[in-house]
Design a protein around this ligand. Structure first.
Ligand code: NAG
Ligand code: NAG
Length: 235
């Protein structure tokens, strides 16, 4: 079973997510990494670039300049769809950290699966630590923080459990995202730039992204719905 599905199941047993997410004391019940309270809100899929923060030279660390713009996880079996590296931060050791649950950088399907997944990601403060292995390959280590009642430990999901990579292709708007779980390769999906850092849509917005909206040819998890959810800090 996939790592995030395990998180989602664990979280679903703790609470049933509602929209907006019920206000909870994350610091007490869950973890003390980030006490902000988030809610989800709906945006149109065909205007995602007007809502998600577009990554550019002002907000993406210099070492990740290949990843400006907005990216679509095309073929990802889970209920998350688009992301931007706009709030990724550089660490002292040369790696970078992206907070998956953060405000306006990651989109979720507007259904039960998307809300459960977001709830799990928020509950465990999921972050991705990115490390450049070669100029053509980024290694991604998921890191979670256990709830305070489990001692508030930082847990890196090591190579044997879940290994994600982002691998360059000849097209700068298409990278591949192979995944392995428990040492077994489970497949790769297209990590596709749909919007440039300057806000202009790429060709792939029209050929790879919009055609997936309500597409009956696609598996349910891969179909895009006409809206998506973004997180924002609750008022
Ligand atoms: C991934 O990209 C390749 C190259 O553009 C394309 O042939 C393939 O159909 C894409 N896969 C999906 C799931 O869209
Ligand atoms: C935005 O960037 C792309 C890729 O560099 C470029 O082709 C396009 O002309 C730019 N659009 C504008 C409006 O600057």
């Amino acid at each position: 079973m996939q790592f995030l599905s395990i998180l989602a199941l664990a979280s679903a047993t703790l609470s049933t997510p509602v929209e907006p997410l019920t206000k909870r004391n994350f610091c007490f019940l869950y973890n003390n990494q980030d006490c902000r309270d988030f809610t989800l809100y709906q945006v149109p899929t065909d205007q995602i670039e007007n809502h998600i923060v577009i990554g550019d030279e002002t907000n993406v660390p210099a070492g990740l300049s290949d990843f400006h713009g907005v990216w679509y996880m095309n073929g990802n079996p889970l209920a998350d769809e688009c992301l931007s590296f706009a709030k990724t931060v550089a660490n002292a050791d040369g790696t970078w950290t992206a907070r998956v649950y953060d405000e306006n950088i990651w989109s979720w399907d507007p259904n039960f699966d998307g809300k459960v997944l977001y709830d799990a990601v928020r509950t465990f403060a999921l972050t991705y630590v990115l490390k450049k292995v070669t100029n053509d390959k980024i290694h991604v280590t998921p890191t979670i923080f256990t709830p305070n009642y489990l001692l508030g430990q930082k847990v890196s999901i090591g190579d044997m459990l879940a290994e994600f990579e982002i691998v360059r292709t000849a097209d700068p708007n298409l990278w591949l995202r192979p995944s392995s779980f428990f040492g077994h390769y489970v497949g790769s999906y297209n990590f596709t730039r749909i919007v440039y850092g300057n806000g202009t849509r790429t060709e792939r917005y029209y050929t790879d992204y919009l055609p997936n909206v309500n597409n009956p040819q696609k598996k349910q998890a891969v179909t895009l719905l006409p809206t998506q959810l973004l997180a924002k800090v609750a008022q």
